[in-house]
Design a protein around this ligand. Structure first.
Ligand code: E4P
Length: 217
């Protein structure tokens, strides 16, 4: 399973990269705004900085919602760095744009996926990744993990190569459950990733090993 971090915060990206487990980064306009990154040039520069930290795919989202605008923006984003994957929303114009990018060899991440039908359409259009937002489904009392399960079944039935990128991951159990269900990738906050480290028996065990070693030395 690939681990992506879902942030535009450079310190957090560096921390995950230094841990040696990072396969990529996802961003979105809200995450860029949270870091105070404003204006076309600053946004583009920020994507390049992220690409220079991480050795893997970096999703950069288009803002346009019309086909021509998405193509113009997506081509400019893809030209920034070979690691850029163009993030396109799951709307009719977005599906057309994914087909266009796919035919041109530009990789895409279809975002805002909330149903198996949306994932199927994106895969048929040639998306590299689909991003089902499991946390936001959980927020409205719907089973986000069930969506991962359904998409896995459909993609496996037909051998679609589109990767399932479980997004809107909120905590460590989301990561573990997505891994059990066969999601290809998960993207989540640093806190969810580092929470995987923790177990009280590890802490107790290590404390005892160190204490016993100190007694003998
Ligand atoms: C995915 O690419 C999105 O950036 C993200 O996972 C959204 O997560 P949220 O629901 O926590 O905002």
């Amino acid at each position: 399973m690939k681990f992506f971090i879902d942030t535009a915060n450079l310190d957090q990206i560096k921390e995950a990269q230094e841990l040696g487990i990072l396969d990529g980064v996802t961003t979105n306009p809200s995450l860029m705004a949270k870091e105070g990154i404003k204006g076309d040039e600053k946004v583009k520069q920020h994507y390049i900085e992220i690409c220079n930290i991480v050795d893997g795919d970096v999703s950069a989202e288009v803002i346009s919602t019309d086909f021509a605008g998405m193509i113009k923006e997506g081509e400019a984003l893809a030209a920034l760095h070979p690691q850029i994957v163009v993030k396109v929303p799951m709307i009719k114009e977005g599906v057309k744009a994914i087909r266009y990018f796919s035919d041109k060899g530009i990789r895409t991440n279809c975002t805002l996926i909330f149903s198996p039908g949306q994932a199927l359409l994106a895969a048929k259009a040639g998306a590299t990744y689909v991003s089902p937002f499991i946390g936001r489904l959980d927020d409205i009392s719907t089973d986000g993990l069930n969506l991962i399960d359904e998409i896995r079944l459909i993609f496996d039935n037909y051998g679609y190569e589109t990767q399932i990128l479980a997004a809107s991951v909120r905590h460590a159990m989301h990561i573990i459950d997505c891994a059990k269900l066969g999601a290809d990738v998960m993207t989540g906050p640093l806190s969810a990733i580092t929470a995987l480290l923790n177990h009280p028996l590890t802490d107790i065990g290590l404390e005892k090993f160190l204490a016993d070693h100190a007694k003998n030395s």
